[in-house]
Design a protein around this ligand. Sequence first.
Ligand code: FE2
Length: 279
Amino acid sequence: MPPKPVRIAQISDLHIKQPGKLAYGRVDTARALERCVTALNEFLPQPDLVVISGDLADTPKPEEYDHLKRLLTPLKRPFVGIPGNHDAREMMRAAFPDAGYAFSSGPLNQKLETDGLDLLLLDSSVAGEPYGELDAPTLRWLDTMLASSPDRPALLFLHHPPFITGIWHMDRQNLRNAGDLASIVRRHPRVQLIATGHVHRATLTMFAGVPTTICPAPNHAVDLDLEQLRPPSFRVEHPAFHLHSWFPGEGFGNLVTHQVPIGDFDGPRPFFGPDGKLL
Ligand SMILES: [Fe+2]
């Protein structure tokens, strides 16, 4: 039997507020997460793990993390979270005390090992700032972790994209020290994907020779304004999550990312009739 694939669902930028409050006075982020959890629970085959790539809360407040945990209770699969700029490290540490954080204080980095695959979750949050940065202990930790088992493929998750998207007001608050991350990634060919969030819209580029993505959000998207045509704005577009499937194989195997829309759609319907002919 061929080795089993590993499937990681990524959801991002949940922006959960206290019950009854809307993000920016308009977006019901709690309802959006409920729909996302339903979609994750109904998806077959079930993912091995769900990674939440930052901005779990919105303000943040302990009550928002309490609300988040209640909304995630129906999720059937295990999940892990990393902080974004709308999170606070110590509130997250208090909300999820059982997570396997690499350090007992400071950045909430985590290493997770699944069948044949390593996940490295990096805390790029900077207290009180919208932009991201990987601090010196995190960079050292990442380099050490990547050096520790060079034959295993690894996926990196962090909130802030280390690249320019063309959306001007988001590019001012991306990962500031992307060069430090790039120099580490280039030393370790086992990195197969860098998966981020923060911009609420599916985006793909190459960074340091590695496919690098932004995950769409279950709620609202940052307006795709590539020419400073409007003030910083959001749109409620189609919600979605990312499903990263890793297929074991020669070398580091094969990593494929699918975007999965959240919602009720017609289908699935068969292509072929009972006679085996294309309908
Ligand atoms: Fe963010």
